[in-house]
Design a protein around this ligand. Structure first.
Ligand code: PCA
Length: 215
């Protein structure tokens, strides 16, 4: 049976939960179009997260990998286009490390593109009433590092696997702890990620529709 690996990240900064893991957990063991979803939680720790991710891929032999993370402040499900080979941490990770301007992989390429059909995913989600968009930057913190590590592993050791990264907004419950934060209900987020899996399973070549940004 086809396996889809979905990873979420443990809570970080001052939040008690991380919706990326809540979504992954909710989908764990469920099926989409005959494929089974397997969820794994990753630590918000530089290096260790990428080691765990590679272990999870080797353990579960997935066809597709969706790595999820929280992007507080985002208003919609953000399908990331590109991972860059740099870490510039604004805050320490959960082990107290705060690398600044270090590569994710020494001597690795500057960047990798997602191999998920990012435009088709955004279009499907919007048609289903789930706010979504292409994002041109996954930041320079733990999630970009995880995304780069995923794509580097795929490029060098698992070329038959397709994968990418989706940043999710915060939930109303987490947003209520801080003033003025946009949020999206966890049920809408779960629906969006299920639809993203469905779209990736059904779409080999991405749509040529704009998802660009002027700045
Ligand atoms: N989001 C952070 C790290 C963990 C997470 O869920 C990020 O976007 O880098």
């Amino acid at each position: 049976m086809t396996t889809v690996l979905i990873t979420g990240i443990e809570p970080f900064e001052s939040d008690p939960t991380n919706p990326s893991w809540d979504i992954a957990q909710a989908l764990d063991g469920t099926q989409v179009d005959g494929a089974v979803i397997v969820a794994r939680q990753l630590p918000c720790v530089f290096g260790v997260a990428n080691e765990r991710l590679v272990e999870a891929i080797e353990d579960t032999s997935p066809t597709l990998v969706f790595a999820l993370g929280l992007a507080t402040g985002r208003t919609e499900i953000s399908v990331e286009r590109v991972a860059i080979n740099v870490i510039d941490a604004r805050i320490p990770d959960n082990a107290g490390n705060q690398p600044v301007d270090t590569p994710v992989v020494t001597d690795g390429p500057a960047a990798y593109f997602s191999t998920l059909p990012i435009k088709a995913i955004v279009q499907t989600l919007r048609k289903a009433g789930v706010p979504a968009g292409v994002s041109q930057s996954a930041g320079t913190y733990n999630c970009n590092h995880l995304f780069y590590g995923l794509m580097h592993h795929i490029a060098t050791r698992a070329p038959h696997v397709r994968g990418g990264f989706i940043h999710v907004p915060t939930t109303p419950e987490l947003a209520a702890r801080h003033a003025g934060r946009p949020s999206l209900s966890i049920d809408t987020q779960i629906k969006g990620i299920r639809l993203a899996v469905h779209t990736a399973l059904a779409t080999q070549a991405d749509l040529k529709v704009t998802g660009g940004a002027v700045h």
